[in-house]
Design a binder for this molecule. Structure first.
Ligand code: SF4
Length: 313
């Protein structure tokens, strides 16, 4: 099962500085049905009460610190960093984290930063807790709850979280060139859909497997893989990938089926139907005409259907 960290205030805990929880996001109910959610409030964990005085990011001679908002003299940065360290130690199998927009602890980007006089200096900050999470695990997929309302961002977050989960599971046994290549072979079409240059680069990189240090190669590989998936796949990339996959059916399906599936893919290309429609048709055709290579492709089913992630993209 997928294990995700989640800001406690997103899932109903009244732990915000004001003593409230955030407004319920119905999408989190479907997430909870497929994932183990580890709800955590870093500010409460470091002993700040509820309700409490808000904290803020303060730029001190180029160093961003987390401070109290009234005097900007109490510094919580180190405590938040320790909270992130111990959270990751307790949850080594974490596959992603859903965080909270604008928070000086949990905001992933564009958090307000004040100057030493107490005026807003810029909006390019990152919360103290999440900054430490990503310093320790830079590839950990993170997203803010509000951004998950965007269908493409939401789909992309879950693609990355499931890939990251599988990568962590692969680490349980000793890495070999064979295991690395077998692992990647399932992701080829997923990467093709997101990023063709990365698809070629990973191919070149893995051609070195067996000739170079496997630990170095694995680190380069997972960096490239996670980076290639970071941007949501475009309609053109998804169409191209489905056409490649459809090529495996050219000798097995009837001419009527060929017309139907090609039209279905084209209807997706032109925006007439969502991704789920041609994918359902491809899945059906490969159920009738099985192909072990296509069955192994994560692209065919990258996450549980209950999340309905392909219904709106
Ligand atoms: S610290 Fe994070 S989890 Fe806690 S209330 Fe603030 S945004 Fe929510």
């Amino acid at each position: 099962m997928l294990k995700l960290g989640v800001g406690a205030c997103i899932v109903g805990s009244p732990v915000r500085y004001s003593g409230d929880a955030k407004r319920h996001n119905p999408f989190m109910d479907s997430v909870a049905s497929v994932a183990e959610l580890v709800a955590f409030c870093p500010e409460v964990s470091i002993g700040l009460g509820v309700p409490r005085e808000p904290i803020r990011l303060v730029d001190e001679e180029g160093q961003v610190r987390v401070k109290d908002s009234s005097t900007q003299t109490k510094d919580f940065t180190n405590k938040l960093q320790k909270a992130a360290q111990s959270f990751l130690q307790r949850n080594t199998d974490l596959s992603g984290y859903i965080l909270v927009k604008g928070s000086p602890s949990c905001g992933t980007e564009r958090v307000k930063v004040y100057n030493e006089n107490g005026n807003v200096s810029h909006h390019k900050g990152q919360g103290g807790f999440v900054a430490e999470l990503l310093r320790i695990e830079p590839l950990l997929p993170v997203e803010e709850d509000g951004r998950l309302n965007d269908a493409r961002i939401r789909e992309n977050f879950f693609v990355r979280a499931y890939v990251y989960r599988d990568w962590k599971e692969l680490q349980h046994d000793e890495m070999t060139a064979h295991r690395l290549i077998t692992f990647y072979s399932q992701y080829k079409y997923l990467v093709m859909a997101h990023d063709i240059p990365a698809y070629k680069e990973i191919g070149r990189l893995l051609a070195e497997a067996g000739k170079v240090d496997i630990a170095v190669l694995s680190a380069q590989f997972i960096n490239l893989l996670m980076l290639s998936l970071k941007n949501p796949a475009k309609r053109s990339g998804l169409t191209n990938t489905m056409q490649h996959i459809r090529g495996y059916l050219k000798r097995t399906i009837s001419s009527i089926e060929k017309v139907d599936v090609d039209r279905c893919i084209d209807d997706y290309r032109t925006g007439l139907v969502p991704l789920v429609v041609p994918m359902k048709m491809l899945q059906h055709l490969f159920n009738v005409h099985p192909n072990p290579y296509i069955r192994s492709q994560v692209f065919m089913s990258p996450y549980p259907e209950e999340l309905r992630l392909r219904n709106n993209i």
